[in-house]
Ligand binder design. Structure first.
Ligand SMILES: Nc1nc2c(ncn2[C@@H]2O[C@H](COP(=O)(O)OP(=O)(O)O)[C@@H](O)[C@H]2O)c(=O)[nH]1
Ligand SMILES: [Mg+2]
Length: 297
């Protein structure tokens, strides 16, 4: 692996151990490279359930000359106690971060407020006499499914269906105005995930930052079930009417199969159906709030 000091952030990533890098991401990396110099501030969207693994500062942080804000989205799906631990940890590292729920409009306003103040603080470093700059341009980066489009659409004050450009329709504008002083690059930079271990792969799969076929749905679902048993998730227990969570993975799958009628013609349990059901319920938020990655102590 090439050391960061020898390469720019983006090159660093391209040369690291990425084992899933489809075409649309290399295209998005081009967007990032092309526009990073034109924006004043980077908004990196991550998933609050895996705050470090779902991010990659090396993508844009070349020696700290570009101000950034790490947005930990989907905090409404994360364990509140674990989020507190993460807030402590990230503060101790002097990170610029904010935990939000992109579905909530106040969270979106908070992003703009924080971005403005970070940008001002950054400019003060080189000139203590600067007055707050009115103009600001920003770019949203992040892994797939972290909520970039949701945030962009809310910032641009439009709904997602309207934003989806259909083939043959007028091309989307490259820049959109958020208000008279703030503009945002309309296309999010889709970052490639950096899968450093099997555990990271499982977390990234659970939060759907990588497609199911990479880890496979059965492995992903079994990981989630085990995790929810281990963390004694009451939402998981209620959703599938478990008497207790003193069970193992196989018991749990059999119970869910019976409860939800995942039975094949010969009377055998249809585990694939169980796995898909669990993945769907989990991603709809029906299995409660959980955080996969623990804050380093
Ligand atoms: N529960 C929850 N769901 C969210 C949040 N933000 C985005 N989503 C959902 O996550 C999915 C992926 O969001 P999207 O904006 O398309 O992610 P993108 O791939 O980064 O552009 C969508 O189904 C969103 O509705 C959030 O804060 N909380
Ligand atoms: Mg998107």
């Amino acid at each position: 692996m090439t050391k960061k000091s020898e390469k720019s952030g983006i090159e660093y990533l391209e040369h690291s151990g990425i084992n899933w890098f489809p075409g649309h991401m290399s295209k998005a990396l081009e967007t990032i490279k092309k526009h990073i110099k034109q924006v004043n501030i980077i908004i990196e969207v991550r998933d609050a359930r895996a705050p470090l693994t779902s991010g990659n500062k090396a993508m844009y942080d070349n020696g700290g000359d570009k101000p950034y804000l790490i947005v930990l989205n989907k905090a409404n799906l994360a364990d509140p106690e674990m989020t507190k631990q993460w807030q402590k940890y990230l503060s101790s590292k002097n990170e610029s971060f904010i935990f939000i729920n992109a579905l909530d409009n106040d969270s979106i306003k908070e992003i703009v407020k924080r971005a403005k103040s970070i940008l001002h603080a950054h400019r003060l470093k080189s000139n203590p006499d600067v007055t707050p700059k009115e103009k600001m341009s920003l770019m949203i980066l992040g892994l797939p499914n972290t909520g970039k489009s949701t945030i962009i659409n809310k910032l641009a004050n439009r709904n997602a269906t309207k934003a989806a450009s259909k083939p043959g329709q007028t091309k989307q504008k490259l820049w959109v105005k958020i208000d008279k002083n703030i503009e945002m690059l309309d296309t999010p930079g889709v970052m490639p995930p950096k899968i450093e271990s099997d555990t990271h792969g499982l977390w990234l799969s659970a939060i759907h930052a990588i497609p199911d076929h990479i880890v496979t749905p059965d492995v992903s679902a079994c990981f989630i079930i085990n995790h929810l048993i281990k963390t004694k998730s009451s939402a998981f227990q209620e959703q599938y009417k478990f008497e207790s969570l003193n069970i193992d993975l196989l018991n749990a799958c059999d119970h869910i199969a019976k409860l939800r009628g995942c039975i094949m013609s010969g009377g055998m349990y249809n585990y694939d159906k169980v796995y898909n059901l669990v993945l769907n319920d989990f991603r709809k938020g029906l299995l409660g709030r959980t955080t996969f990655e623990r804050a380093p102590q």
